[in-house]
Design a protein around this ligand. Structure first.
Ligand SMILES: C[S@@+](CC[C@H](N)C(=O)[O-])C[C@H]1O[C@@H](n2cnc3c(N)ncnc32)[C@H](O)[C@@H]1O
Length: 299
């Protein structure tokens, strides 16, 4: 992580739609919240400030490097933050261990952080030469290289088409299989270079890296499990706020909220997804694709 002190590293990731997130989460001192994707602690720091040292904030991330940043950033012993290396879709055992029955708010900021994207050794970006890993949690599961090895051309085409919305998915998958081993970000870049025209190449690269990341980390499966189970742990009057950056994720959140609304369990607070202001979009490119949906448990 470029030799920068950990505290400063954390502060170089700009959190998205902070004031909207805080308003919808309705953070009040003494209450209990879950930040299921703490990352560099951007939103976490604002939630903690609103808690005013009372109550509790349970923070989860799959990435130990992100958790280290947060441990350094929020090392004050009086902090009500409790950090856990896990996936947000399995938050329930963490609550049980902490003796927490119900939450007043649940927050997810999906996808990857700028720190992960900028990390030279994780394989998240085609801008760095490294092993093609792409795991949020490098201690578990298959790397992108292994996934590519084990997938057929047809399966790779589907991954690129479904998760990357890439028109030339078939050609790229064919070239990847033809080249054989795709051990590094440079190998993948070469396969894409050989199978697609140069125009808009960076966009094609970004789409393929995104698609592989979503597949490697099982991102949609985890979101789906979370959406099926979160309500039981949310107190009546409690809020759920989700920031997503991919149309498939946003659609899943929309449908889950709608279904719970039809069961008279949830009140939707965002009829349409909220997007970042023009100002924010011009200052933070990551915010451009963000969609925020929020809801309150009513029964
Ligand atoms: C967009 S970043 C969060 C940024 C954070 N809100 C901030 O402002 O600093 C997303 C984070 O979610 C983590 N993540 C992705 N999938 C996860 C999962 N299933 N469970 C927990 N963390 C996950 C990633 O490792 C990454 O650190």
């Amino acid at each position: 992580m470029s030799g920068q002190p950990l505290q400063e590293v954390g502060q170089s990731h700009i959190p998205v739609m902070v004031s909207e997130v805080l308003e919808f989460l309705d953070v009040r001192p003494g209450r209990i919240y879950l930040d299921g994707t703490v990352g560099a602690g951007g939103h976490t720091s604002h939630i903690l400030a609103a808690l005013e040292t009372s109550g509790k904030l349970i923070g989860i991330d799959r990435d130990e490097e992100a958790l280290d940043i947060c441990r350094n950033r929020f090392s004050d012993a009086s902090s009500p933050l409790s950090l856990h290396h896990s996936s947000y879709h399995t938050f329930k055992p963490i609550l049980d261990n902490l003796g927490v029955d119900q939450l007043n708010g649940l927050f997810l900021d999906l996808g990857l952080s700028s720190l992960q994207l900028d990390s030279p050794h994780r394989g998240f970006s085609f801008r760095h030469s490294s092993a093609l890993d792409l795991r949020f949690d490098p201690s578990q599961g298959q790397t992108a290289t292994e996934l590519i090895e084990e997938s057929s051309e047809k399966e790779l085409t589907k991954i690129f088409r479904d998760f990357g919305e890439e028109r030339r998915s078939g050609k790229i998958a064919y070239m990847i299989k033809k080249m054989g081993s795709i051990a590094t970000t440079d190998d993948l870049q070469e396969a894409i270079r050989r199978s697609t025209p140069p125009a808009n190449r960076n966009r094609t690269l970004a789409r393929i890296f995104q698609a592989l990341r979503i597949a490697v980390n099982g991102e949609l499966e985890k979101l789906s499990i979370f959406l099926e189970c979160f309500l039981d742990s949310l107190a009546i009057g409690g809020r759920v706020v989700i920031l997503s950056y991919h149309s498939l994720e946003d659609r899943m959140v929309k449908h889950a909220f709608k279904s719970l609304k039809q069961q008279d369990k949830l009140m939707i607070l965002t009829k349409k997804p909220m997007i970042a202001s023009e100002d924010e979009q011009s200052q933070n490119s990551r915010s451009r694709s963000a969609k925020l949906r929020a809801a309150e448990r009513i029964a």
